[in-house]
Design a protein around this ligand. Sequence first.
Ligand code: GRF
Length: 207
Amino acid sequence: MPRLKLGILGSGKGSNFVAIADAIQAGALEAEIRLVVADNPEAGILGHARARGIPCRVLPASRYRTKLEPATELQLVEWLREAGAEWVILAGYMRVVKEPLLEAYRGRILNIHPSLLPAFRGLEAWRQALEAGVAVTGCTVHEVNAEVDGGRVLAQRQVPVCPGDTPQVLHARIQQAEHELFPEVLRQLAASGGTDAFQHPAPAPKT
Ligand code: GRF
């Protein structure tokens, strides 16, 4: 089975990175993490990657909060290529991906989002779900295109919203599902060699 060569981008604590790295270490996922890139030097994902001996890079500070300057994104593409990354995995990466990266890795960038897309795109999707009063939310692994949280859905997992949930409690429950779903999608990707085999499995959630 071909090993997936992954470049992982993150901005936060890196629990999805840990789930993926653990699945690889356990032999459950035929992949290697070639590079981890964070957009800030404080991101917890960096500590997890360093502890595992995985090469890390930090992007230079950006003028914008939600995207990179084109030159910085080109630098990112160069790092990913140099590292031999064939797939780009967004694991809590909080920047909108723009043309330099989209063009270089078209169809090979995957993101995990904490809702059942197309419901609750954007920030703090768990809070949006609570405020909307839905009984079920979840998480989605999808392809990344120019539309934020709008790329083709590959797989989803449902998560119940329970009485008394706070945003934090609901997010933690969604994250447990994320930690199963992301490695599982990558396992299927490794087995099939591409995303063509994915059929969006879940019906749209009832709201
Ligand atoms: C996750 O909830 C993911 O859905 C969202 O950002 C969060 C990242 O968490 N895109 P972590 O850094 O992997 O712990």
